[in-house]
Design a protein around this ligand. Structure first.
Ligand code: AMP
Ligand code: MG
Length: 477
C-alpha cells in the first residue's frame, strides 16, 4: 500500500514545503476506523491492527513526508501560516486512478507551528471525524476522515486531554492561502509553477484555456459557490472561513469551530473567537466573495503582465459573483421547497419564509421537514404566521408540479438528520469517558441523513434554546 504513495507536490519549488517526520506518540493505537472509506479507497483490510501496519509502514520512515507552506487572511489580516500540526504522508492513487492527499493531523511540530504544540486532542479529532463524515453523506464536497489513532500521550489545553491523530483524505489541500504565499513571498515563476501544478492536478481541462489563471479564478468561484450553497442548504456554519481554509478543489475542510444551526437566525455564530460575527451563517456568501477577491489579487501577475489589464479582467469575474450566487442559492432554496426551477420573482417566497422562521424562532431544518409533510407529529405548519405564506407556496406548487414531485425533490434536498450540536457534544463526551455506544449509533444515523422511512425523534429534535445560546466552539483544540 505504502508503495502507492506518490509525492507530485514535491516537484514544486522547495519553498512550498518543508520535510517533516510525524510523531506517532508513545503507544499509537487505531481507535476508530472508517471501514467504508477504506473500502472505497481500495485499502480494505480485515483487522484494525493491519491498518497500524499500513499507516506505520517502515517504508514511510524513509519517505519524504512534508508540511505545506501557505499564508492567508485570518479575520481580514494577512499572515504567514503553513501546516502547523499536519503532515502530508503522501498522495494515494485509488484503483480508479484518482490522486488523493493522505495527511496526518496532530503528529507534532513542523517549522510552521509557531507557538503551537502540533498536537490534537482525542475529542477534537472525534469531532472532525463525525462532522466531516456527516457532510459527506449529506452530499457535500468535503475532506474525509479515515482513522483516529490515540497517541498514548497527554495533550495540554485548558485541562489535560488524551492526544490523538486523524488521518485525513482530500483531493488536495492546496488553498487560496497557498497562492497568497507564492504571490507575496516568492517569485512570479514560483506562482506560475503552482498554477501549472494545480491545473494539471485538479483541472486539466483548463490547461489549454486562453488565460489559465483567469479560468482558474472562474472555476474556483464556481466550485466554492457550489460548496457554500450546500452549507446554506443544511444550516452549516464553517466558522473560520479564512483564506487558508478555502480549498482550490472546492472541498469543505478545517472542521475546527464549525457547527450546525438549530433555530434559524441569520446572525448565528458559535465560534468563540468570532467576536464580530464575521463568519456568521448569512455572512458566508459575502465572505466567500471577499476570499475570492484575495484569490484574484494573488493571481494578478499571471492574469496579465499589465497590472491594470489584469485587475480589469479579474474584476469582471468577481463582478459576476453576485448574479451567480443569487441564482445558485435561490435555486437550491427553491428545491428545498419542492420547486424545481428558478425564477427571480420566486426569491421573495424564500426570503419571506426565512423572515417568518426568524421571527418565530423556528428550527431551520425542521421547518423544511414539516413542509415536506412526510414526518408525522410536526406542528410547525399550524403556526398562524405561516398560513398566508403556505397558501402562496401551495398555489405555486399546484400550478407547476404535482405535490408528489415536489415532495420527492424536497426529500432529496432536506436532510432528516444533521449533526446537531447537543448530540455531537453528547457523543464526544461519552466517548472520551470510555463509552462509544452513542457515538457509533449517531454515526450510523448520520450516514443516512435522507432516510425518511423511520424518523427517530431523538435525532430530529432541536435542543432547548438555552443550549444553543451558550454553545461555543473552538479552533485548533
Ligand atoms: P486553523 O485555524 O486550523 O486554520 O489553523 C491556523 C494555523 O494554526 C495553521 O497554520 C495551523 O496549522 C496552526 N495550528 C492550529 N493548531 C495548532 C497546534 N496545536 N500546533 C501548531 N499549529 C497549530
Ligand atoms: Mg486551517
Amino acid at each position: 500500500m505504502i508503495k502507492q504513495l506518490e509525492y507530485s507536490y514535491l516537484t514544486l519549488p522547495n519553498n512550498f514545503y518543508s520535510l517533516a517526520k510525524p510523531d506517532w506518540g508513545v503507544a499509537p493505537k487505531v481507535v476508530l476506523l472508517n471501514d467504508m472509506l477504506a473500502e472505497e479507497l481500495g485499502i480494505y483490510l480485515k483487522k484494525s491492527e493491519e491498518y497500524i501496519d499500513f499507516i506505520f509502514n517502515k517504508e514511510l520512515e524513509a519517505a519524504p513526508t512534508f508540511a505545506q507552506a501557505y499564508a492567508g487572511h485570518q479575520f481580514g489580516y494577512f499572515t504567514m501560516l503553513g501546516d502547523g500540526r499536519a503532515i502530508m504522508l503522501g498522495e494515494y492513487i485509488t484503483p480508479d486512478k484518482k490522486r488523493l492527499d493522505i495527511q496526518i493531523k496532530g503528529a507534532g511540530n513542523t517549522i510552521y507551528s509557531r507557538r503551537g504544540d502540533g498536537k490534537a486532542t482525542f475529542k477534537s479529532m472525534l469531532r472532525e471525524f463525525l462532522i466531516s463524515e456527516a457532510m459527506h453523506y449529506l452530499n457535500i464536497p468535503t475532506s474525509r476522515s479515515l482513522a483516529i489513532i490515540k497517541t498514548g500521550e497527554p495533550v495540554f489545553r485548558e485541562t489535560i486531554h488524551e492526544g490523538a491523530l486523524l488521518i485525513r483524505i482530500m483531493q488536495s489541500h492546496i488553498r487560496v492561502g497557498t497562492f497568497e504565499f507564492a504571490r507575496y513571498f516568492l517569485k512570479t515563476e514560483d506562482l506560475q509553477a503552482l498554477l501549472t501544478y494545480v491545473l494539471r492536478r485538479l483541472y486539466p481541462d483548463l490547461e489549454k484555456s486562453e488565460n489559465p489563471a483567469l479560468s482558474l479564478l472562474q472555476k474556483v468561484m464556481e466550485k466554492q459557490i457550489e460548496v457554500v450553497t450546500h452549507w446554506m442548504r443544511v444550516g452549516f456554519i464553517h466558522g473560520v472561513m479564512n483564506t487558508d481554509n478555502v480549498a482550490i478543489s472546492g472541498e469543505t475542510f478545517d472542521y475546527g469551530p464549525c457547527a450546525f444551526m438549530n433555530t434559524y437566525n441569520p446572525n448565528t455564530v458559535f465560534s468563540s473567537i468570532d467576536t464580530y460575527g464575521r463568519y456568521a451563517f448569512l455572512n458566508q456568501p459575502k465572505i466567500l466573495k471577499w476570499n475570492l477577491v484575495k484569490f484574484a489579487e494573488a493571481l494578478l501577475p499571471l492574469i496579465h503582465h499589465n497590472t491594470q489589464r489584469a485587475v480589469h479582467q479579474a474584476q469582471e469575474v468577481i463582478d459576476s459573483f453576485d448574479d451567480l450566487w443569487n441564482e445558485k442559492y435561490y435555486c437550491m432554496m427553491l428545491n428545498k421547497l419542492g420547486i424545481p426551477f428558478y425564477q427571480p420573482s420566486l426569491t421573495k417566497l424564500v426570503d419571506n419564509l426565512l423572515a417568518i422562521m426568524f421571527k418565530n424562532q423556528l428550527d431551520y431544518n425542521n421547518t423544511f421537514l414539516a413542509l415536506s409533510q412526510v414526518i408525522p407529529g410536526m406542528d410547525i405548519l399550524k403556526l398562524p404566521d405561516l398560513q398566508s405564506w403556505l397558501e402562496q407556496w401551495k398555489y405555486i406548487i399546484d400550478n407547476t408540479v404535482s405535490f408528489l414531485e415536489a415532495q420527492n425533490l424536497m426529500k432529496r434536498n432536506n436532510p432528516v438528520y444533521i449533526p446537531r450540536n447537543h448530540l455531537v457534544e453528547k457523543a464526544l463526551e461519552e466517548t472520551i469517558h470510555g463509552d462509544e455506544t452513542f457515538f457509533k449509533e449517531f454515526l450510523i444515523i448520520l450516514k443516512n441523513p435522507y432516510d425518511y422511512s423511520s424518523p427517530q425523534k431523538l435525532f430530529i429534535s432541536s435542543p432547548d434554546k438555552h443550549f444553543d445560546n451558550t454553545y461555543q466552539t473552538f479552533c485548533g483544540t
